[in-house]
Write a protein that binds this ligand. Structure first.
Ligand code: PA5
Length: 444
């Protein structure tokens, strides 16, 4: 069962805080449960693991099977909340090397999450000689990066299969009613899945946004939803028995005590994109009005040989949140060598998990000694059920954290600034005045 703790709690948070924070957490909890806080119209994810649309869920599973039967590759087009969750879960549960493995399920390529011509062309080349399908995901239906990428892949599908054949291979996940993608899907007859009105992008991994690509990778999405529902029930408790309360309270107190960076660490490289998902979740939800912890991530033990130096001795800005997963699915024991040329025979027959655990303990002690508080999340085995629970846990803790900071955890007004500038500089109609002003600033 997922558990949260702060190592050497009394050292870093010497004053009692639980009772003082409890009324504020209760208030935040009520806002999430009833949708009565800022951005309350986007709290549909709170009850989603119980209330999700079963008919659509069955369609997602059926579509995943169709894609698996008809395609050697699925191209997933989306950015931000329409991208990171699916990639995080697939890499975590199926491996970052998923596409290189022998498997009965299609390769999965993620595009539309940037504007690199080389990255896009590479995937166009990779699918040129194989059967493929496309899942284009955009809640708004108007985001530039995925919309541009979709133009290329839609054309590639139509050239390969004709318009009718392409129609059978395009799956659009978007708003129920509005947006350019919804209109296109309607007029072209593509199968569609819904991003519910009351679920914002970064809270949408447990909707069709994440579930369709995840199911195509062969992950048991029912088990994920079950795990999320179990955590939802735990988080329904308005008390510190809810692990999201514990996490939100600890990180808030550390923030108030002067820490400005939260470093999410994991000892499993497969967790890398889950950390990317987490960064978006917390960064976009909290980082506004001049407030919020800066979410960063490291991959241990690799980054102990790079970022480890800064963490140990650099500016004292941060605390670490270490996600512990395990035990590993396979057991690897260090082989013995007769001549012991590398001096490693003291590890003969020791499991890699045991070595990792000692590294984890050694790091915990060293970083704590270096004045970096270590918050530990024991997340249990790497399974669809545990990951579903972990996702919900982070989402709930994020909602609570936003309300503790007194910001709206469900909007992202700051994301618009670059978009407006980009549109103006690209000459989008309606942005003429801004274009002139920006070009002047750029010295053109
Ligand atoms: O959390 C969010 O709302 C954003 O990160 C969006 O997910 C991201 O901008 C993509 O938006 P859309 O799904 O509308 O293309």
């Amino acid at each position: 069962m997922l558990n949260v703790s702060l190592f050497q709690l009394e050292r870093f948070l010497p004053l009692p805080y639980k009772n003082a924070l409890e009324p504020r957490l209760k208030h935040a909890h009520k806002k999430l449960q009833t949708g009565s806080g800022a951005g309350g119209e986007f709290t549909g994810w709170v009850h989603l693991p119980q209330a999700y649309d079963r008919e659509e869920f069955a369609r997602i599973q059926a579509a995943a099977q169709t894609i698996s039967r008809s395609s050697q590759a699925l191209v997933v087009i989306g950015i931000g909340g329409s991208y990171l969750g699916a990639r995080g879960v697939i890499e975590c549960l199926c491996s970052p090397n998923y596409n290189l493995k022998k498997k009965p399920t299609p390769n999965i390529y993620f595009v539309g999450n940037g504007l690199s011509a080389d990255a896009l062309q590479e995937v166009l080349d990779l699918v040129a000689d194989v059967d493929f399908s496309v899942n284009v995901i955009s809640k708004s239906g108007t985001t530039t990066e995925p919309a541009v990428a979709f133009r290329f892949f839609r054309r590639a599908l139509e050239e390969k299969y004709g318009k009718e054949g392409a129609r059978q291979r395009i799956y659009a996940t978007t708003d129920r009613q509005k947006g350019a993608l919804k209109s296109l899907a309607g007029s072209e007859g593509w199968q569609t899945f819904v991003v519910p009105d009351d679920v914002g992008g970064r809270y949408s991994v447990l909707t069709a946004v994440g579930l369709l690509p995840i199911a195509v990778a062969g992950v048991d999405i029912q088990a994920m939803m079950d795990g999320a529902r179990e955590m939802m029930e735990r988080c329904g408790e308005a008390s510190y028995d809810c692990p999201a309360w514990e996490y939100a309270a600890l990180r808030y107190q550390l923030y108030r005590s002067g820490r400005s960076v939260e470093l999410l660490a994991c000892y499993d490289p497969a967790f890398r994109f889950m950390a990317e998902w987490w960064k978006q979740l917390f960064g976009e939800s909290e980082g506004k009005e001049g407030k919020g912890l800066f979410p960063a991530s490291v991959e241990f033990t690799a980054d102990l040989h790079s970022m480890g130096q800064y963490i140990q001795e650099g500016r004292r800005l941060m605390f670490e949140t270490v996600v512990r997963l395990g035990p590993s699915a396979c057991s690897l024991l260090v082989p013995g060598e007769e001549d012991d040329g590398d001096g490693l025979n003291f590890l003969t027959s020791t499991s890699l998990d045991a070595i990792r655990d000692r590294a984890m303990e050694g790091t915990l002690l060293a970083h704590t000694e270096g004045d970096v508080p270590n918050l530990i999340i024991d997340a249990g085995e790497k399974s669809p059920r545990s990951l579903g629970a972990l996702i919900y846990f982070f989402e709930y803790a994020c909602g609570l954290s936003g309300y503790l900071l007194d910001v709206n955890p469900f909007d992202q007004p700051g994301v618009e600034a670059y978009k407006k500038n980009m549109f103006a500089l690209l000459g989008k109609p309606g942005y003429e005045d801004r274009k002139a002003e920006l070009e002047r600033k750029l010295g053109r």
